[in-house]
Design a protein around this ligand. Structure first.
Ligand code: SF4
Length: 286
């Protein structure tokens, strides 16, 4: 594992190889033909519905106006360009981490490899983090890292919503996703100090990128929620020990390695917003 060289994925005679410095890691065959995992999947597997994730790969997932407006708000909040989403309204196949598209996506993300970042700048948007477990690459894309004294110090994850009630709630899968970036930074040799999720109602008169001083001031306080302004809440996330995090990663990997079937987790909250509820045998809401 090297910071000065970003890892890359290559397809060679039908096998996927992760090249990282002098190492060439043969990626095992994973379910649905994926080549790497997104760190956010693990939280969805443990606290969302893993069966839904498997159906996403088998049948596709729905992109609607809300998804698009969420991506646009993300770009506005973080001051990044929104071009290149490549999504169309309706059912879309999941190609982000499969086949040639997956290789392209992973390698393109390495332009923002954390090892190439300039930590003397106040912040870094959408840096790329990678960890490897059981020869499986896991890609993490934190929305924002705030640097303090030349070190990546605080991880900020943004979640947008169109319902003001949602800004007060953080779900287990969201916490895990944000926390995973903390642990991935630690794995790569950094010493981050804190993680937070900022929940924003789309169109709120507040922009994260313009309020980093206020956000940073709250990051050293104990875990919990702070209302930054109307419809914008910062939730500091409790970070569990690294070995507990790795136990969760290992459980999630068992599915991708084909060692167990996907676990359904039906509930009114999850099923009512699931694209597959009409065909899923476990659905409790149609
Ligand atoms: S309908 Fe419910 S149980 Fe079925 S995949 Fe969706 S969330 Fe899971």
């Amino acid at each position: 594992m090297r910071l000065d060289k970003a890892p890359r994925i290559e397809l060679v005679n039908g096998s996927a190889i992760l090249r990282w410095g002098d190492e060439a890691i043969v990626i095992p065959k994973l379910r649905h033909g994926v080549l790497f995992l997104m760190s956010g999947y693990i939280g969805s597997q443990l606290w969302g519905c893993e069966y839904r994730l498997s159906l996403d790969y088998l049948r596709g997932r729905v992109v609607n106006e809300k998804v698009i407006s969420g991506l646009l708000e993300h770009s506005r909040q973080l001051g990044v360009r929104e071009e290149g989403f490549g999504l169309e309204i309706g059912w879309n196949p999941v190609v982000i981490n499969r086949g040639e598209e997956g290789v392209y996506f992973f390698n393109e993300k390495m332009r923002n490899w954390i090892g190439y970042a300039d930590f003397t700048k106040p912040f870094i948007q959408e840096a790329s983090l990678v960890m490897v477990r059981n020869n499986v690459p896991i890609l993490g894309l934190p929305d924002l890292i705030i640097n303090v004294d030349g070190e990546p110090t605080y991880v900020i994850e943004l979640k947008t919503t169109d319902n003001p009630r949602n800004v007060r709630v953080v779900r287990g899968r969201e916490s895990f996703q944000a926390e995973s970036y903390y642990h991935m930074l630690t794995y790569l040799g950094f010493k981050p100090k804190g993680v937070a999720i900022i929940k924003v109602v789309r169109g709120a008169g507040f922009r994260i990128i313009d309020n980093l001083d206020i956000i940073t001031r709250h990051m050293d306080e104990p875990e919990g929620a702070v209302v930054l302004t109307k419809n914008v809440v910062l939730h500091r996330v409790r970070v569990k020990p690294f070995d507990e995090f790795m136990r969760d990663v290992d459980y999630a990997l068992e599915y991708w390695l084909g060692l167990r079937n996907p676990r359904p987790n039906p509930s009114p909250g999850l099923c009512s917003t699931c694209d597959h509820r009409r065909s899923c045998p476990f659905a409790v809401v149609r």
